[in-house]
Design a binder for this molecule. Structure first.
Ligand code: 5GP
Ligand code: ZN
Length: 131
């Protein structure tokens, strides 16, 4: 059983923020800021490709609720919704989860580096994506 399934089963404690029949939300044990929340399906799915649509719909609605809670109850102005999909993308727990990360000004949680497309590159990529 994965670590998040153990939390769902009550075998490992967690600070639960929200629960319904399909979804659990609890505080990340190592927050960026206090109130950093993880939202996940109760039914194990490793990633966003595996999860069933009905579970995913419930998750995203819970994500929306958690974001509102961070603003209304904890007074944060903004938050990021983050989902690491696959180890190369930084996923360390292989049970799908969305991070709701509260933000404060100048907290140094920087966005990803960017580049420009080379001439014709975007068109090539689009051809593959839409073929
Ligand atoms: P990932 O890198 O897979 O997107 O994020 C996994 C997150 O789960 C990390 O932010 C980590 O702090 C959190 N985490 C790992 N183990 C536990 C745990 O046992 N309890 C809680 N509450 N969070 C955990
Ligand atoms: Zn699991």
């Amino acid at each position: 059983m994965c670590i998040f399934c153990k939390i769902i089963a009550g075998e490992i404690p967690a600070h639960k923020v929200y629960e319904d029949d399909k979804v659990l939300a609890f505080l990340d044990i190592k927050p960026v800021h206090p109130g950093h929340i993880l939202v996940l399906p109760k039914k194990h799915a490793a990633n966003i490709e595996e999860v069933e649509e009905v579970e995913l719909s419930a998750i995203i609605l819970a994500v929306k609720k958690m974001g509102a809670l961070l603003k209304d109850r904890l007074g944060y102005e903004a938050y990021n919704i983050y989902q690491n999909n696959g180890p190369v993308a930084g996923q360390t727990v292989m049970h799908l989860h969305f991070h709701i990360i509260p933000r404060v000004a100048n907290d140094n949680l920087n966005h990803w580096p960017v580049r420009d497309y080379t001439p014709g590159e975007a068109e090539e990529v689009l051809k593959k994506l839409t073929a």
